[in-house]
Design a protein around this ligand. Structure first.
Ligand code: ZN
Ligand code: ZN
Length: 328
């Protein structure tokens, strides 16, 4: 069987009714996934170790801190607001140019091309914690050993090789956008630009060639590692431990203290209860930087039709909940 042909056909053959298989597994895809895993998931870990080890030799200054923070913000909002709330869930409307900008920012995070990410994430919501959810921590046996295996799988190892969703079925809207398809096809160069841009910035700020190296390490490797730990926590921690307020058919949880570090995404149980909502925290006093950016964009005229459930819609769902920490 020609696996590459089968994979490419997922992008080109329309399948609105989902008559074809919803996901495929193949050695060809697994090879691609392994390469991606080594480049963008394993390498940043060693890059981060190298960055810290290099501090006594080449130091750590404002330039390194600056590129780390700015690139973390760009790629973090790219994933949280762009990939997730805007493109996967269509929780607000904006122009094609803004969509493209967010898709580029999200691509630099190194967490997959925009079409693949949207399709995988929609499948996660469809199958959450059931067969077909490729990163559930709940499907690996009972007891401590099963939970531990599930945690490691959901946080990290699932990315080494996994089923790939039928993008024509899961992301037909994204496939219709020429710009987003172009960005998806150029995912690798854009992800590498996420290393080149901070390298150039750091070299320019420090007026030194060493800046090229520290820019790659801090603005590329450490930034990618830190953001990944946050986003992966949604699949692992936020499907294992934390608070539940609603009846959902999955094991999603809220972990409020994580919210400032992952752009408000860790109100993950709220998100599973109200997947169309742009506001994950659901309460004004809770930290949700992703939503705050959408509010700012709305004020600036860059976002419209921002979806947020009404208070009574939230309250009705809460009162139907049988137990706060129910286990399904
Ligand atoms: Zn989830
Ligand atoms: Zn989601």
């Amino acid at each position: 069987m020609n696996f590459e042909h089968e994979y490419q056909s997922l992008f080109t053959a329309p399948d609105p009714a989902g008559t074809k298989r919803k996901a495929i597994d193949s050695p060809y895809l697994h090879r691609r996934q392994r390469r991606h895993f080594l480049l963008f998931d394993v390498a940043p870990f060693f890059g981060t170790l190298t960055a810290f080890a290099s501090i006594p030799v080449i130091g750590f200054g404002w330039a390194e801190a600056g590129v780390l923070l700015v690139m973390w913000l760009i790629t973090g909002f790219g994933i949280s607001v762009g990939y997730h709330r805007l493109l996967a869930h269509r929780s607000f409307k904006t122009s094609e140019a803004v969509k493209a900008a967010f898709a580029v920012a999200g691509s630099m995070a190194g967490q997959g091309g925009v079409i693949s990410w949207v399709a995988m994430h929609r499948r996660h919501h469809e199958c959450a914690d059931k067969e077909g959810d490729v990163h559930s921590p709940q499907l690996h046996g009972a007891g401590f050993a099963g939970r531990f295996r599930g945690f490691v799988h959901a946080h990290f190892t699932w990315m080494a090789a996994h089923a790939y969703p039928n993008v024509a079925h899961y992301a037909p809207d994204v496939l219709q956008s020429k710009r987003l398809v172009w960005i998806s096809r150029n995912y690798y160069p854009i992800a590498f630009a996420g290393f080149i841009v901070p390298a150039m910035a750091c070299a320019a700020i420090t007026q030194s060639l060493t800046g090229l190296l520290t820019g790659v390490l801090w603005g590329g490797m450490v930034r990618m590692f830190v953001l990944e730990q946050g986003i992966w926590s949604l699949n692992s921690f936020c499907h294992l431990w934390g608070r539940r307020d609603f009846s959902t058919r999955d094991h999603s949880r809220n972990i409020g203290w994580l919210a400032p570090f992952i752009f408000g995404e860790s109100w993950h149980h709220n998100h599973h209860a109200f997947p169309g909502s742009a506001f994950f925290a659901l309460r004004w006093y809770r930290i949700d930087p992703g939503y705050w950016l959408i509010v700012l964009m709305k004020l600036a005229g860059l976002a419209r039709d921002v979806k947020v459930p009404r208070r009574d819609q939230i309250d009705i769902r809460m009162t139907r909940t049988t137990a706060r920490h129910d286990r399904i």
